[in-house]
Design a protein around this ligand. Sequence first.
Ligand code: ARG
Length: 588
Amino acid sequence: MACAFRRSIACQLSKVLDLPPESLIKSISAVPVSKKQEGADFQLSVDSLLEDNSGRSRPDSQAKADRLAEKLKCGSVVSEISTGPGTVCFKINRELLTKAVLHQVMEDGSEYGLKSELFSGLPQRRIVVDFSSPNVAKKFHVGHLRSTLIGNFIANLKEALGHKVTRINYLGDWGLQFGLLGAGFQLFGYEEKLQSNPLQHLFEVYVQVNKEAEEDKNIAQLAHDFFRQLELGDVQALSLWQRFRDLSVTEYVRIYKRLGIYFDEYSGESFYREKAQAILQLLERRGLLQKTAYDYYCSLTRKGSAVVDLSGNGDPSAACTVMRADGTSLYVTRDIAAALDRMDKYNFDAMIYVTDKGQQKHFQQVFQILKIMGCDWAERCQHVPFGIVQGMRTRRGDVTFLEDVLNEIQTRMLQNMASIKTTKALECPEETAEKLGLAALIIQDFRGLLLSDYQFCWDRVFQSRGDTGVFLQYTHARLHSLEETFGCGYLNDFNTTCLQEPQSVSILQHLLRFDEVLYRSSQDLQPKHIVRYLLTLSHLAAAAHRKLQIKDSPPDVAGVWHGQTSSVQSCTFCPSQWNETSWNNTCM
Ligand code: ARG
């Protein structure tokens, strides 16, 4: 919708400026709704037309904007042209704005904004998103929680925009921790506990064996031996490992479901231990592997470890270790093998890894080594880092399991709901509490720049006033209940003249911006643009609720109105995509 208006303005501008409309469209944007007065709907930044991209307004840009505005004429679409500092502003014919926006909302439904011309030039791409990726038997810490939420956001957004997304959970399912776990389970494990609560029991065993191994060298040796058996492919050791993994994955699937999250693939480091060896051989054959000097601290039977020089000039500080002294691979080596495998399997156009910023260097190294190995497609790999969150604790202490966070959210929200007198009796309050609480958690996590660190505070998450997820859910519920009570007839047949109050116009204007906001988030992968947009929308809806009464208003004013043809009938502005359904009857 917004596109049709942008295009129409661009067409007019193109005649005056003698530039193709396509090149102008990107300089035209919807004006953010200001709290002050009802203003223009679109603006053209004169600076963005001039080839200076410094972002600063030039001293003569106001004069340029004025000169340009003088050459433009109002018509059936644009009813008013004005200028601001460095901008030409356009106000759309009010009835047309109302009709067109609502028509588009009705036609596109949940795809509103996604069909925008802003995205139409972009081909469908194959995108792999690697996110969540906890380590079996270890803590599911708040970093994993953020990765889960952010990765899911990115995957959902890309999918909504029409891309083919593959969601991968790359588990930490290999390494010495499994030696400890294997030995530990034989010593302190209980079959029944493993069956009834695998994540909890594996974690307990892991904590206990770790402690004991520190004090007792025999236990440390047992763990070492168990891991060696795993590495050598011992059938019994592997079958125990496989059980730990399978039981954990079944639990993960169940818990992610509570969040509405799923994965296309549960991969993990274990898949790549052999392929990582092949990578080491490949690096060696290409002369890229440098064995470090013999490691005198290791036993005489051990070789030295091996590095890849990332500097190209032998700078030791830019060397990345890819092989341990005992010949086994490392996290980085396995990630290289995984990237190559995914390229083979998915032929991706983009691969996005979501982890905390502590792994920035790790991913830089992975991408650099891929490049050195001649994989041009390393350019398509991207790490989306996020900041560290401190102080998230549940009743049981530090975050250890995802399920604890979800239970905490539910309990806290139930308490909140019980303390508010206006809360209605619900069929399943636990379910509502969990949904509300989750929205609250997600919104506070997504409000800032992903890279920023922050101190976690439950009270802030759940505060009932202000810009919170609870406010968004409340607005949604309120609007939904309006629709349930009064129906959606107004979308098919409405009187545009009844929707000209400032509160209505602001909402329409805000709706015009949605595609631009989606575009921004899809470009920088920051959810904050969408979050801010939704919060503003909720505030606008609240203002409309206060001022515009539906109950007890006459049907045409309330929006349950039928009949009478609008004066927009005579307009000439009717882009081809609108030539359908009820728009035909009223506009042509
Ligand atoms: N399991 C890792 C950790 O907990 C995160 C894995 C991220 N993905 C990857 N391909 N390295 O730190």
